[in-house]
Design a protein around this ligand. Structure first.
Ligand code: P6P
Length: 334
């Protein structure tokens, strides 16, 4: 029987492999794990307590804010704020960033960006949801408060990214730039335990993940590519939770598409809180992450906290096929 390797042990062990590491990063990842366990407890009993349903407000893209959205946002902000390792937090649920005052003068060197409960419209019908997070090193002077520039950093500046999937089991999947590892929560001991070491995405697959309901609202070349997937007898799988849809692709291969539409001409998904962190993980797992205009997501310039982007990400050969298809037919069609 394999020895149990906890998230804490794994983080500390990998930290020791890095020279001049201060332990700050390990403590920050540990605290993200703690917040995830707290949110997981509420997600798992959502049907038993009065925490289902909408909270009454709407977010920046007009989605109803769910009560669990608010709970998850509050718990991650609270846990990260007391970690002592974070000078600021950017959340999809907050219009602007949250400054975290220095802890007894010790300057914190990281900012965290997050979608605290992604896909929350699935909550009331017991379908999986997730948390997405990214970690940047601050750019502003260490002796002052965090600044907007600390958050408006390209995906290539991320020092870590990950997600938590609250599904049939609860998994935390993250990377610090040396591959992707997955940890399954063992409720009997309350620990995330290493369960998926060095995740490498299949270079090809036969799943495509897109909201087919918007088909007629996509640009023509994307519609033609979706027809191409259907012609190849790919299987359509779409949960409406980016974490769940990408997680499947991590293990079974496939391509995830959220093209721009007339309603969302620049795409719906948030570049900072969803696209960058998921693109980081996809690339770390050997996949490719582009926009539907074929730019590399990680290289996209960001000028606003809630900037959105289209995405086409997943297995390397499938994204390559999509790229060649769009280049060929996009030019002709236009
Ligand atoms: P639609 C959830 O609201 C989310 O941000 C992603 O998790 C998901 O992939 C997408 O939006 C679903 O959007 O328009 O298909 O419901």
């Amino acid at each position: 029987m394999n020895r149990i390797v906890s998230l804490d042990e794994f983080v500390i062990r990998t930290e020791k492999e890095k020279p001049h590491s201060s332990g700050s990063f390990s403590r920050l990842l540990r605290d993200i794990g703690i917040a995830a366990k707290i949110v997981n407890r509420e997600v798992n009993k959502a049907g038993l307590v009065n925490i289902l349903g909408v909270e009454g407000s709407t977010n920046s893209t007009g989605d109803d804010v769910q009560k669990l959205d608010v709970f998850a946002n509050e718990k991650f902000i609270e846990t990260l704020s007391y970690s002592g390792e974070v000078c600021g937090i950017g959340s999809e649920e907050n219009q602007t960033f949250i400054e975290v005052p220095a802890d007894k003068g010790k300057p914190a060197q990281y900012v965290v960006v997050m979608d605290p409960l992604d896909g929350s419209s699935n909550i009331d019908v017991n379908v999986s949801v997730g948390t997405i997070f990214g970690i940047y090193r601050r750019k502003s002077p260490a002796d002052g408060p965090c600044q907007l520039e600390d958050f408006l950093q390209k995906g290539t500046e991320l020092v870590a990214a990950g997600y938590v999937l609250y599904g049939t089991s609860t998994l935390m999947v993250y990377s610090t730039g040396n591959g992707v590892n997955g940890f399954t929560l063992d409720p009997s001991i309350g620990e995330f335990c290493l369960s998926h070491k060095n995740i490498q995405m299949p270079v090809a697959g036969n799943y495509y993940s897109v909201n087919q309901g918007y088909y007629l609202k996509f640009d023509l070349e994307m519609r033609r590519y979706i027809d191409h997937c259907s012609d190849l007898n790919y299987r359509l799988r779409y949960i409406g939770s980016m974490v769940s849809d990408i997680h499947r692709i991590m293990f079974q291969g496939g391509i995830f598409l959220y093209p721009n539409t007339r309603k969302y001409p620049k795409g719906k998904l948030r570049l900072l809180y969803e696209c960058y962190p998921m693109a980081y993980l996809i690339e770390q797992a050997g996949g490719t992450a582009l926009t539907c205009k074929l730019e590399r997501v990680m290289d996209m310039e960001i000028t606003e906290l809630h900037q959105t982007s289209s995405v086409a990400m997943g297995s390397r050969d499938m994204v390559k096929d999509m790229k060649e298809f769009v280049e060929k037919y996009g030019a002709v069609i236009q």
